[in-house]
Design a protein. Structure first.
Length: 231
């Protein structure tokens, strides 16, 4: 007789409701009726953290962390996932350079669908780029007051996935004249050979735009990104 011990690893699932502008969060586990506790501020769950009793709604942003407890002991590693309902969700993205056909993710909706990628680029949320890298323009539909923009990348050098050397953001009210912001430089070495993630965060306070262009060239191999988050 063969048997398998259920894992204590949790899976965080999200569902975006664009009409209500909320994210519904749920947890899934191989354990039978697990005791799950979670936080929304990125801290590690403890026995005093909120007890999970079913799917719950988040409006805006949160850093979800969740773990299974047995008696007072935290079992396994906490699962974590940033949740962001932002101004670009559902907005049209024009690809000035195409994504790689082998890593299309959710195609044209990938970068503004509200879903962050997991620990693997094969999860259907990480979109891959070669050659000239990422170059997209988001149409917010109206001139909008902005506060920040972030875009996340992963690096896993074994299969040839690297951080971009820099990320550049340009803003426009008419889609013709764009003003470029100072580039954000990458500070992760291409020799870092373990899985690592980095969000490039731009301060946009006091700025307005309808169109946002985001560029991130490749340095070698692929770059993978999962979501462009605009506030």
């Amino acid at each position: 007789m063969n048997y398998y011990r259920p894992s204590y690893q949790l899976q965080i699932k999200t569902k975006i409701d664009q009409q209500k502008q909320i994210t519904t969060v749920s947890f899934d586990s191989e354990q039978y009726q697990p005791v799950i506790r979670y936080t929304l501020d990125g801290t590690t769950p403890s026995m005093t953290s909120t007890l999970y009793s079913g799917p719950f709604e988040i409006k805006g942003s949160a850093k979800v962390q969740a773990a299974i407890f047995r008696d007072t002991l935290l079992m396994g590693r906490p699962a974590s996932l940033p949740v962001d309902y932002h101004k670009a969700i559902g907005k049209k993205v024009t690809y000035n350079e195409p994504y790689n056909k082998g890593y299309q993710a959710q195609k044209d909706s990938t970068l503004t669908n509200g879903y962050r990628g997991s620990l693997t680029y094969g999860d259907g949320q990480w979109q891959g780029f070669l050659n000239k890298g990422l170059d997209v323009t988001i149409d917010l539909e109206n001139v909008t007051a902005l506060s920040s923009l972030s875009v996340g990348f992963m690096q896993l050098t074994g299969p040839g996935v690297y951080m971009p050397p820099y990320v550049e953001v340009s803003l426009s009210v008419d889609g013709k004249q764009f003003t470029a912001l100072p580039q954000l430089q990458n500070d992760i070495s291409p020799n870092h050979n373990k899985l690592i993630f980095k969000d490039f965060v731009f301060d946009l306070k006091g700025k307005e735009a309808r169109y946002i262009r985001v560029k991130a060239p490749t340095q070698k191999g692929f770059i993978f990104t999962d979501e462009i988050i605009v506030y």
